[in-house]
Each structure stands twice: as C-alpha cells, then as structure tokens.
Design a protein around this ligand. Structure first.
Ligand SMILES: NC(=O)c1ccc[n+]([C@@H]2O[C@H](COP(=O)([O-])OP(=O)(O)OC[C@H]3O[C@@H](n4cnc5c(N)ncnc54)[C@H](O)[C@@H]3O)[C@@H](O)[C@H]2O)c1
Length: 357
C-alpha cells in the first residue's frame, strides 16, 4: 500500500499545526513547511516556535522544512522530492489590516505562494487532494450591504434568505476587500481553476473565524484568542465601531482539520465551501466579552472607538449547508463555550510559562 504523506504549509500556525496532529493520528506521515514568518508579520507576540517544538514532541518522525512560500524553486523541489499524497495549504499573511502596510509581502505570500504550490502539485502530485485555506474576506464588504436588524447585543440578517448564513454563491465581485481580501481572492480563484481547468481534486475553504487553544492571537489577527488573552492579563481590548455588536462565526481548529481529512478521503474537483462556526457558534464582540468573563471570572477591560475597521464585516456567519450535504460524516463537535474554555486554559498555562522565564 502507498504510504500516506501529508504536506502541510504553515505547519506551525493555528490551522496548520492542528492539521499535522490530526493527519498524524489518522496514520499519515507529516511533512511541515513554515519559516515562522508570523513573527516577522506580527513581531515577537506572533512567534510560533513553541508550536514547532510541540509538533516535534507529539509527532514521531515529523519532518520540518523552513522554506518561504515565495521561494518558487524550493517549493517546487519540495513537492517533487516528497510527492505528498495530500497537500494542505495554510501558510499565509493572515491579517486584513496588516496587508496595507506590506502589500508586496502580502500578495507574494498569499497569491504567488499559492501558485507555486499548485504548480508543484500539478507537476508531481496531480491526483493528491489539495486543500486551501481561503477566507470570507473574498466576499469583501458586500455582506454589509445586506439589510440588518439591530438586536440587544448583536446585528443579524433581516432577510430570511440568509437565515442559515452566507452561502458560497454570494458574489465576490465589486466590493471593498482590503489588500488581504484581494490577495486571498486571487489564490481562491487559482485553487478553483486548477480544479476545474486541470481536473485536480482541489478545494478552497472560505474561513470565518478559525480559532482554538493553539492560536497565537494578536490584535490584528485572531479575534477570540486575542480577546481572551487581553481578558486574562487585564489588557484593554479595542472595539472598532458597530457598537461592538458585529458578529463573527467561530470554529475550533480541530473541526477544520476534521473536515480536511473527510475531503482528503473523498475528494471532489474545484470545490468551494464556507467554513465557520455557523449561526450556532456565532457571537458579537459584546457577547464574546460576557462568555469570556463567565469562564475566567475576570472583567473584560475594553474601550470603544467609533471608526470601524476598513472593510470589516458587520454581521457574518457561514451557511454550512453545502459542506454538510457533501460530507454528512462531518459536523461541528465543539460549542463556542467549549472553545472559549480551551483557549482560556491554554493562555493561562502559556502566560504562566512566559512569566516564569
Ligand atoms: N484564523 C482565522 O481566523 C482565519 C480566518 C479565515 C481564514 N484563515 C486562513 O487560514 C489560514 C491559516 O490561518 P492561521 O490562523 O492558521 O494563520 P497563522 O498565522 O496562525 O498560520 C500561518 C502560518 O504560515 C506561516 N507563514 C506565513 N507566511 C509564510 C511564508 N511566506 N512562508 C512559509 N510560511 C509562512 C506563518 O509563520 C504561520 O505559522 C490562512 O490562509 C488564513 O488566511 C484564517
């Protein structure tokens, strides 16, 4: 039988590290690619070297390659040498806000890096399922044009057509995306195109808020993780506009990895799915404060700024109907409360270690 080998880019990040562990448990040998670029994008708070140690400890035979996704020759050579049977692409500049300060790094990593990997896959592993982490920011600020109702602690869609959330058929065109949304839309289209044009088993997953205990959340990326970290250390959390009632749907990284394995086992070509917590695991920032306070028993310190983040969604939650119809064996296993508890536990022990050094 052919050895099952997964190549995971961004292997030290939130999603990448979870995918490495999940596929290892499913009997895959794991090849990771990550150059700790997160520490360059976000400074020492974004450093993921602790995560590399964790992978080395928990995955016997874990093979790590410190390669930059922008280094076309090295990315192509890695795929040629390893011929992975599954490719999971999670390496990215992940911040909506940071992209405007580093437009070349953002586009070269997100769009060109994805092209480098897709082309490696087409040349040497064309039959291997190729999963790409895309984002709901490909829809730009178009969801903000939907009619909304204001509830006591959150915004919601007024139109019953969107009761289950935003579907994949929602337009990605003619809206404000941020440079990040544009570079991710480019990579999302490339992934679809390699599926449809070359008949490769590719899939773009348009993430809502992906989270979990292994996130190195920072102000510019990783909303729940950062919010809980602020709660625990008494740091002021800044709310940008929309009365703090803006809604995000949150999904535990393990549920993301679980879906990726389901797709790898029964792939389809050129698919796109919205992947978030859906309505059940959605919350506004105000609601997230209350949930965090219940878990940590500490008051959230926060301040309100009138100006919303450019292009930020007022209300977004994913319609999961398509992925559940195609993969009925998959479902969300972690409630929002469970996820918040896990994040708080993880930050508590990581912060204790930081303070003891
Ligand atoms: N976390 C979220 O809320 C969220 C939401 C929607 C979409 N996504 C997407 O999911 C994917 C994973 O997100 P995440 O939260 O795990 O991000 P993350 O920042 O935790 O992980 C990304 C990893 O990629 C690595 N990386 C970045 N640039 C690289 C480069 N040029 N070469 C090699 N490695 C590089 C980083 O060092 C980091 O470890 C990204 O594509 C992101 O856009 C994330």
């Amino acid at each position: 039988m052919r050895e099952k080998r997964v190549l995971v880019t961004g292997s030290c990040g939130l999603i990448g590290s979870e995918v490495c562990l999940h596929f290892h448990r499913a009997g895959y040998s794991v090849i990771g690619l990550d150059n700790n670029q997160r520490a360059v994008f976000f400074g020492p708070e974004g450093d993921t070297s602790w995560s590399l140690d964790r992978l080395r400890t928990n995955i016997p035979g874990y093979e790590h390659h410190e390669i930059d996704m922008r280094d076309r020759e090295r990315v192509l050579r890695l795929v040629e040498n390893k011929r992975p049977t599954v490719i999971v692409h999670t390496a990215a500049q992940p911040s909506h806000d940071r992209a405007a300060q580093i437009p070349f790094d953002d586009f070269d990593t997100n769009a060109v890096g994805t092209l480098n990997l897709l082309e490696g896959a087409r040349r040497w592993s064309p039959e291997s399922p190729f999963l790409h982490m895309s984002t709901n920011k490909v829809y730009g600020d178009r969801p903000n044009a939907l009619a909304l109702v204001e509830k006591e602690t959150r915004w919601d869609y007024a139109d019953p057509e969107f009761r289950a959330g935003i579907p994949e058929s929602f337009s990605i065109d003619q809206s404000l995306h941020s440079l990040f949304g544009a570079s991710k839309a480019a990579s999302d289209l490339l992934v679809q195109e390699y599926g449809r044009y070359f008949n490769m088993p590719t899939c773009a997953l348009r993430g809502g808020c992906l989270t979990g205990p292994n996130h190195s959340g920072v102000e510019l990326h990783g909303f729940l993780s950062y919010l809980i970290r602020c709660n625990l250390i008494g740091k002021e959390y800044k709310v940008f506009g929309y009365k703090g009632k803006q809604v995000r749907d949150n999904i535990h990284s393990e549920d993301v990895a679980h879906f990726m394995l389901a797709f790898a086992q029964r792939p389809r070509c050129g698919e796109v799915y919205n992947l978030g917590g859906g309505l059940d695991n959605s919350c506004s920032i105000l609601e997230a404060f209350s949930l965090a306070e219940e878990v940590t028993e500490r008051a959230q310190v926060w301040t309100y700024l009138d100006t919303p983040r450019m292009g930020g969604h007022i209300c977004y939650y994913s319609d999961l109907t398509n992925m559940q119809a195609h993969y009925p064996e998959w479902s969300i296993t972690r409630s929002l409360n469970d996820t918040i508890r896990e994040i708080a536990d993880s930050w508590s022990s990581r912060l204790a270690t930081m303070h003891s050094v």
